[in-house]
Design a protein around this ligand. Sequence first.
Ligand SMILES: [Zn+2]
Ligand SMILES: [Zn+2]
Length: 96
Amino acid sequence: MGKTKKQSILAEDMDHCIICGAPNPHVHHVFFGPNRKWSEKYKLTVPLCYLHHNGSNAGVHFNKTLDTALKTMAQRKFEETYPELSFREIFGKSYL
Ligand SMILES: [Zn+2]
Ligand SMILES: [Zn+2]
Protein backbone atom coordinates (compact mmCIF):
# COMPACT_ATOMS: atom_id res chain seq x y z
CA MET A 1 0.00 0.00 0.00
CA GLY A 2 1.57 3.31 -1.08
CA LYS A 3 1.92 6.02 1.52
CA THR A 4 1.76 8.80 -1.05
CA LYS A 5 -1.63 8.01 -2.60
CA LYS A 6 -4.49 8.97 -0.34
CA GLN A 7 -6.84 6.06 0.07
CA SER A 8 -9.50 7.73 2.18
CA ILE A 9 -10.84 11.25 2.74
CA LEU A 10 -12.11 10.13 6.17
CA ALA A 11 -8.96 8.96 7.94
CA GLU A 12 -5.37 10.17 7.80
CA ASP A 13 -4.02 7.04 9.46
CA MET A 14 -5.20 3.94 7.64
CA ASP A 15 -2.89 1.67 9.66
CA HIS A 16 -4.87 1.77 12.91
CA CYS A 17 -8.54 1.20 13.78
CA ILE A 18 -10.38 4.54 13.73
CA ILE A 19 -12.28 3.54 16.91
CA CYS A 20 -9.73 1.87 19.19
CA GLY A 21 -6.36 2.36 17.49
CA ALA A 22 -5.57 -1.34 17.08
CA PRO A 23 -2.99 -2.04 14.35
CA ASN A 24 -3.48 -3.94 11.08
CA PRO A 25 -7.12 -2.98 10.52
CA HIS A 26 -9.42 -3.96 7.66
CA VAL A 27 -10.51 -1.32 5.16
CA HIS A 28 -14.26 -0.83 5.60
CA HIS A 29 -16.37 0.76 2.84
CA VAL A 30 -18.68 3.10 4.74
CA PHE A 31 -21.42 2.70 2.13
CA PHE A 32 -21.45 -0.97 1.22
CA GLY A 33 -23.81 -3.17 -0.76
CA PRO A 34 -24.92 -1.43 -3.97
CA ASN A 35 -23.15 1.81 -2.92
CA ARG A 36 -19.78 0.15 -2.37
CA LYS A 37 -18.56 1.36 -5.78
CA TRP A 38 -19.22 4.96 -4.73
CA SER A 39 -17.33 4.45 -1.47
CA GLU A 40 -14.47 3.26 -3.64
CA LYS A 41 -14.70 6.12 -6.12
CA TYR A 42 -15.01 8.92 -3.54
CA LYS A 43 -12.61 7.33 -1.01
CA LEU A 44 -15.17 6.87 1.74
CA THR A 45 -13.35 4.13 3.60
CA VAL A 46 -12.22 3.79 7.22
CA PRO A 47 -9.76 1.50 8.98
CA LEU A 48 -11.47 -0.86 11.44
CA CYS A 49 -10.02 -3.69 13.49
CA TYR A 50 -11.60 -7.15 13.29
CA LEU A 51 -13.83 -6.52 16.33
CA HIS A 52 -15.04 -3.11 15.15
CA HIS A 53 -15.52 -4.37 11.61
CA ASN A 54 -17.34 -7.70 11.42
CA GLY A 55 -15.81 -9.85 14.17
CA SER A 56 -18.27 -9.05 16.97
CA ASN A 57 -21.68 -7.54 17.64
CA ALA A 58 -19.88 -4.24 18.32
CA GLY A 59 -18.68 -4.32 14.72
CA VAL A 60 -20.08 -1.88 12.20
CA HIS A 61 -21.71 -4.60 10.11
CA PHE A 62 -23.89 -5.59 13.11
CA ASN A 63 -24.04 -2.34 15.10
CA LYS A 64 -26.59 0.01 13.52
CA THR A 65 -25.62 2.93 15.78
CA LEU A 66 -21.98 2.77 14.74
CA ASP A 67 -22.94 2.24 11.10
CA THR A 68 -25.15 5.34 11.09
CA ALA A 69 -22.54 7.43 12.93
CA LEU A 70 -19.90 6.57 10.31
CA LYS A 71 -22.31 7.27 7.44
CA THR A 72 -23.26 10.67 8.88
CA MET A 73 -19.58 11.56 9.33
CA ALA A 74 -18.82 10.35 5.79
CA GLN A 75 -21.64 12.39 4.24
CA ARG A 76 -20.41 15.58 5.98
CA LYS A 77 -16.88 14.98 4.71
CA PHE A 78 -18.16 14.11 1.22
CA GLU A 79 -20.11 17.40 1.00
CA GLU A 80 -17.09 19.34 2.23
CA THR A 81 -14.73 17.61 -0.22
CA TYR A 82 -17.00 17.49 -3.29
CA PRO A 83 -19.25 20.59 -2.98
CA GLU A 84 -20.21 20.32 -6.67
CA LEU A 85 -21.78 16.86 -6.21
CA SER A 86 -25.14 15.88 -4.73
CA PHE A 87 -24.68 13.23 -2.06
CA ARG A 88 -28.37 12.36 -2.07
CA GLU A 89 -28.46 11.82 -5.83
CA ILE A 90 -25.44 9.51 -5.79
CA PHE A 91 -26.18 7.53 -2.62
CA GLY A 92 -29.99 7.61 -2.82
CA LYS A 93 -30.57 9.11 0.64
CA SER A 94 -29.31 11.58 3.20
CA TYR A 95 -27.93 10.62 6.62
CA LEU A 96 -28.00 14.19 8.01
ZN1 LIG B 1 -11.10 -1.29 16.83
ZN1 LIG C 1 -16.96 -3.50 6.04
